[in-house]
Design a protein around this ligand. Sequence first.
Ligand SMILES: [Zn+2]
Length: 482
Amino acid sequence: MKICLLLIAAGLLICQTVQGGKTFSFEGYRLYRADPFSKEAAAVLRSLHDAYPSEPEPGLGLTFFNYPSHRNVKVDILVPPRLVSAFRKAVAGRPDIQLELLHRNYGRVAAQADRENRQFPRLMKRLRRAVRRSDQLILNHNQYLRYDQLLEAVNSLAQQCNLLRSNTCRQQEIGSAYEGRKLIVLRIEKSQTDKQKRKVWIDGGIHAREWISPATVLYMADVLISKGLNRRMWTPEVVALLDYYDFLMLPLYNPDGYEYSHSHYRFWRKNRQTNGGHPSQSRVCRGVDLNRNYGYKWGGSGSSSDPCQDNYRGAGPFSAMESAAVKRFVEQENSDKKILLFLSYHSYGQYVLMPFGFKRGAYPRPALSAGKMSCVAFFGSREMFSTNHRFYIHGTSADVLYEASGGSDDWAHGSLEVPYSLTVELPDDGAYGFLLPPAYIRNVGSEAVRGLLAMLRTIHDLETNTNFYRTRCLAHTAASDY
Ligand SMILES: [Zn+2]
């Protein structure tokens, strides 16, 4: 009897530990990849997405790693043990859905990824004792950082930047997230008196679980500072880049969600605000999908009105504190139409996406504007491929991936008239997915930097050489396509 009581007590203790902050384990969870061959098959996946949301208790429903919109777009789905038979009943055996079991126990994969993120920095330290670092960037880029560490890293970059060249970098707090964490923009401005300079906006980490995105934006900032300002590392093209453009970089757009994905639920996507539950149910669900909360064509296809869904668009355009802060800041920075390129980094899938995402077959106007943007996406993708031989697909999100209204890239071009607005889905193509090991940060970062250089090179050519579009772009992309 006494033993039973002890067991019950131990059981309660375990429950309390889990609720008190232990990371969700995913033990026994299966990861499936579903490839729908027909419209009806995609609709079946969408109905499963809507029927089993991953909230109000994260991990008990189905977690879709990407939204099932079109036929022939593969969808990775994390299935808890209790839903395996219901899921298989709905999907397996259909001739128009190819179902592949990627991992029988995703808990093991997630635990391994967690161990690597903690052990890899020590491993790198040991290696570096023997091998002198070949490049002397300011940061190590060997770990997915927590929020506090990330702010420290941004601070180090700003300080080193100003030691290399005074008054060049500045940290600007543009607002705060729902739980009070700061949104910090790193400004890299080589000459703050040049009013003619155009600006480049770069953000990362709008979706919490996409850890490679903030890590990549930090890496890019480090390269811009180290190779653009440090005489021992000067790379002419990066030096020129800082002469031509000012950079406004927000490495961590969604710090609350990001922290939650570290501390509780690895595959959390939205921010962490309380929504008050679905009107027709007694559930209380948290989080707004910040990349469905923008004002251009808000509320349309690919976004949900259900607060329990991963792609919940919020109560209204810019209803989330984070997106409202970014809107205020970007609008102010663009009041003189100086933002030339708006870039948003996500993962995973390897895409370079241009507007518009809200509807299939919707393109920027005039058609030449769409053609130019497509050309920039093409040269960016090609350069990233040539770096590590990872292939990127380019096109509008709605055409090549899924319809998604209320996205930041649509807003930047559609509402603010930023000439070039692109979303990059970083690696990989699904082998690791969101659990890309930290050993890849530098590898993906260098790929992203080369992609950025190629995109800005192409934009510069398009803006200064009237023949460039006809001679270099038309072979790859024609305005008549749009
Ligand atoms: Zn994303």
